[in-house]
Write a protein that binds this ligand. Structure first.
Ligand SMILES: NC(=O)c1ccc[n+]([C@@H]2O[C@H](COP(=O)([O-])OP(=O)(O)OC[C@H]3O[C@@H](n4cnc5c(N)ncnc54)[C@H](OP(=O)(O)O)[C@@H]3O)[C@@H](O)[C@H]2O)c1
Length: 311
C-alpha cells in the first residue's frame, strides 16, 4: 500500500539512482575539467629569478633532485645544491654552471647524521635571495620488508626520521629566515604517503604530508606557494628502475611535468600517468588499496630476496 505523500519503494530507488548518477557525473566532470586545466593549460606561475634569484634543492646530486636543480637552472635561477658527497656536488654544480650559465653553490651535508648540520646550512644560505625551495632528500628501505625484520632496524628508524622528517622541518626554518613574501616551496613526498603502505611502513609514515597543508594556511597572507609532490615510481637509483617507461618516467620527464602543476594544486602526483593511478586508487576503498599494496610489495620483496640468494 502506498501512503499518501510518500514515494512507492520503486520510485524511491529510482530517485536514489538518479541522484547517484548526477553526483557521479558532476564529480567526474569536475575531475576531468580540473585535469584538463592542470595537464593541458599548465602552471600560471612564472618560474625564474622573478621569484628570487636562488633555488635550493636538497638531495640534488641524483634522480629527482638533480632534475629539479637542472630545470630550475634552465629557467634562469641560480641553484644551491645540498647533498652528501662533496665530489658529486662539485661535479653536478660544474655541469649545471656550464650548461645553463647560472651561479651555483654547494653544501655537503648528511641529513642522516645527528650532528648539527643545520647551522652550517643556515650559514651557507643566509645571504641568498631564495625563491624556490625543493625539499627533496629522502630515504626508503632497500626493499619492502616486514617492520620488525628491516635490517639494522634501530639505525634505519633514526636515519629515516632524520632524513624524511627532520630535514623537511629544519630546512623550512632556514628558508623562512630571509622571511620572504613570495616564493615556492616544493616538498617531495611519495604516493606511499597517501595510504598506509604495508612492508614500507616507516617510509610511508614519514612521507605523510604532515606539514604543508597547515603551513599553506598559516602563510595565506603571503604570496608563498607550498606544494606536496607525491610520485609513484620514477626511474632513479632509489627505485632501482633503470629503464624509464610511460608510467615509470625518467626524473627529467617527471620533474618537467610536476613543475607545470605549480600554483594549480596544493598536492599532486606530479605527472599524468601518476595522476591517473592516483585517481583510480581514490575510487577504491582504503582497505582495497592497502591490500593491493601489500600484494605488490610481497612480490617485490620475494624478487629482491631471490636475487640476493642467487648472487
Ligand atoms: N624514485 C621514486 O620512485 C620515488 C617515488 C616516490 C617518492 N620519491 C621521493 O623522491 C625523492 C628523491 O628520490 P630519488 O628517487 O630521486 O632518489 P635518488 O635517486 O636515490 O637520489 C637521492 C639524492 O639524495 C641524496 N641523499 C641521499 N641520502 C642523503 C643524505 N643522508 N644526506 C644528504 N643527501 C642525501 C643523494 O645523494 P648521494 O648521491 O650522495 O646518495 C641523491 O642526490 C625522495 O624524497 C623520495 O622519497 C621517489
Amino acid at each position: 500500500m502506498v501512503v499518501p505523500g510518500t514515494l512507492p519503494s520503486g520510485g524511491f530507488l529510482y530517485w536514489v539512482g538518479v541522484l547517484s548518477a548526477v553526483y557521479i557525473t558532476v564529480r567526474a566532470t569536475y575531475r576531468l575539467l580540473a585535469g584538463l586545466r592542470v595537464w593541458v593549460l599548465g602552471s600560471p606561475v612564472v618560474l625564474g629569478p622573478g621569484l628570487g634569484a636562488w633555488a635550493v634543492v636538497t638531495g640534488a646530486t641524483d634522480g629527482i633532485g638533480k632534475a629539479y636543480a637542472e630545470q630550475l637552472a634552465k629557467h634562469g635561477m641560480n641553484v644551491a645544491l645540498i647533498s652528501r658527497s662533496q665530489e658529486k656536488l662539485e661535479e653536478v654544480a660544474s655541469e649545471i654552471k656550464e650548461k645553463f650559465k647560472v651561479e651555483t653553490k654547494i653544501i655537503a651535508a648528511d641529513f642522516g647524521e645527528r650532528e648539527d648540520i643545520y647551522s652550517r646550512i643556515k650559514a651557507g644560505l643566509e645571504s641568498l635571495e631564495i625563491g624556490v625551495l625543493v625539499n627533496n632528500v629522502g630515504m626508503s628501505y632497500a626493499y619492502p620488508e616486514y617492520f620488525l625484520d628491516v635490517p639494522d632496524l634501530d639505525n634505519t628508524i633514526n636515519k629515516m626520521i632524520n632524513i624524511n622528517i627532520m630535514s623537511v622541518c629544519k630546512v623550512m626554518t632556514v628558508f623562512s629566515l630571509p622571511f620572504r613574501s613570495t616564493g615556492v616551496i616544493l616538498n617531495i613526498s611519495s604516493g606511499a604517503g597517501m595510504y598506509p603502505s604495508p612492508l614500507l611502513t616507516l617510509y610511508s609514515a614519514t612521507k605523510v604530508c604532515f606539514l604543508f597543508g597547515m603551513l599553506q594556511s598559516e602563510l595565506s597572507n603571503r604570496n608563498v606557494t607550498i606544494k606536496s609532490i607525491l610520485p609513484y615510481f620514477v626511474a632513479t637509483k632509489m627505485s632501482k628502475i633503470r629503464k624509464p617507461t610511460f608510467d615509470k618516467p625518467s626524473p627529467e620527464t617527471y620533474v618537467r611535468a610536476a613543475l607545470g602543476t605549480i600554483g594549480l594544486q596544493s598536492q599532486t602526483n606530479g605527472c599524468l600517468p601518476h595522476a591517473i593511478l592516483g585517481w583510480i586508487l581514490s575510487l577504491l576503498p582504503t582497505s582495497a588499496v592497502i591490500n593491493l599494496t601489500m600484494q605488490k610489495h610481497k612480490q617485490l620483496r620475494a624478487r629482491y630476496l631471490k636475487k640476493v640468494k642467487e648472487n
